[in-house]
Design a protein around this ligand. Structure first.
Ligand code: PLP
Length: 388
């Protein structure tokens, strides 16, 4: 049987790194590569009880088709949390679907899409199917630099994709002043902002900064997710958008999957309706803060002084910069041979990849293994640094 792939599909490639990282499933590998939340935080008993309740009290609607916009009580909960009207809320099948749908309704081939430097790889992949031209907005250790949003960059831009809180891959947090400046400049330039915020509530200190969306709901599309605060396997996220834009996204979602599963939406709602997240999220923060501290301390002790990294105030990632001559993809091969994995940073750049960067996740690895893995990774890095 012969088939012809669409031109769009022909451009899809499987990343070489993904192939290398397949080995991370082996138990002997200490993997700092994953973007997964810790399964120790999944509220299993609460979900079991929720499933029993749902199947006892409302089996038919839970197992039936539902509205594309989502399960109304869950939409109401989201609307109340973000102080928007329920008509501005669409439940999505994870926020990854939100990225896919936004790409479909906002990007034509050749459209300019602005992104941070670096940015979330999954967003680059989702948007790429629509063949945009990515424009990278310069960023520093404190996140994207609003003053760099020149007219030349914003002109004709369909939107700018922003990750202000504990960005994947860098863990960076954008200050309130930069948030305000970004929102103001974008509004003046008529540029739509897309705010992706799966990690915002995982601030170790507990204090959440105001979202871009809260500063200008008419100019910002917001994406939230229950993946990092409940469980990613449920595949429940959401979009907040001005009504006219949301209507178009709903049409695209209808074509994609009719609706997010009725059953998982109800599980989420049953779990959270009594204020459960208020007690659950602090536990996740505490665990991740402590794992993060362990990794940072081990890095300070065992990484060569020529390596730089940030100390994130929340989220799941540390971003490290190696000396300019060290290529993290080459380093990864050597690390894998020693049963250690991480993600090289280059694929997270839409343009001009920085090959001497790497992302380390600390959330799923027990502390003893973090210390052992970082110790051995430090030795491998030291050898690479000395090699030239
Ligand atoms: C920045 C960012 N956006 C979106 C997603 C996708 O999350 P979801 O499970 O809600 O689809 C992730 C997942 O890791 C992410 O890091």
């Amino acid at each position: 049987m012969a088939w012809t792939f669409s031109q769009r599909a022909q451009k899809l490639t499987s990343s070489a790194i993904r192939e290398i990282l397949k080995v991370t499933e082996r138990p002997e590998v200490t993997s700092f590569a994953g973007g997964l939340p810790s399964s120790a935080t999944f509220p299993v008993e609460r979900m079991r009880a929720a499933c029993v309740d749902i199947l006892t009290q409302a089996p038919a609607p839970a197992l039936q088709y539902g509205p594309t916009e989502g399960y109304l009580p869950l939409r109401d909960w989201i609307a109340a949390r973000h102080k928007v009207a329920v008509g501005n809320v669409l439940v999505t099948t994870g926020s990854q679907q939100g990225l896919d749908l936004l790409g479909k309704v906002l990007i034509d081939a050749g459209s300019r899409v602005l992104v941070e430097t670096p940015t979330y790889l999954g967003a680059l992949q989702a948007f790429s199917l629509n063949e945009p031209q990515f424009a990278s907005v310069p960023s520093d250790d404190d996140g994207v630099i609003p003053a760099q949003l020149t007219q030349e960059l914003t002109q004709g831009g369909r939107f700018m994709y922003c990750l202000p809180s504990f960005q994947n891959p860098t863990g960076r947090l954008l200050s309130v002043a930069r948030r305000q400046e970004l929102v103001r400049i974008a509004a003046d330039a008529g540029l739509l902002l897309v705010e992706d915020d799966p990690y915002g509530s995982l601030a170790y200190g507990g204090e959440q900064l105001p979202t871009l969306h809260s500063m200008n709901p008419e100019g910002v599309v917001y994406m939230g997710s229950f993946s990092k605060v409940l469980a990613p396997g449920l595949r429940v996220g959401y979009i907040l958008a001005p009504e006219g834009l949301l209507r178009k996204i709903v049409q695209a979602k209808q074509a994609a999957d009719l609706h997010t599963p009725s059953f998982t939406q109800r599980i989420v709602y049953e779990c959270i309706k009594d204020g459960f997240l208020g007690e659950h999220i602090p536990k996740i923060r505490k665990l991740y803060a402590s794992q993060c501290r362990t990794m940072l301390d081990a890095m300070t002790e065992h990484f060569p002084p020529t390596v730089q990294w940030n100390a994130p105030a929340g989220g799941m990632f540390i971003w490290a910069k190696l000396p300019p001559h060290v290529d993290a993809e080459v380093l990864l091969e050597k690390a894998i041979a020693a049963n250690i994995a991480f993600v090289p940073g280059a694929p997270f750049f839409a343009n001009e990849p920085q090959h001497n960067t790497m992302r380390l996740s600390f959330v799923t690895v027990p502390k003893e293994r973090i210390i052992d893995g970082i110790t051995r990774l430090g030795e491998i890095i030291a050898r690479e640094c000395a090699a030239k």
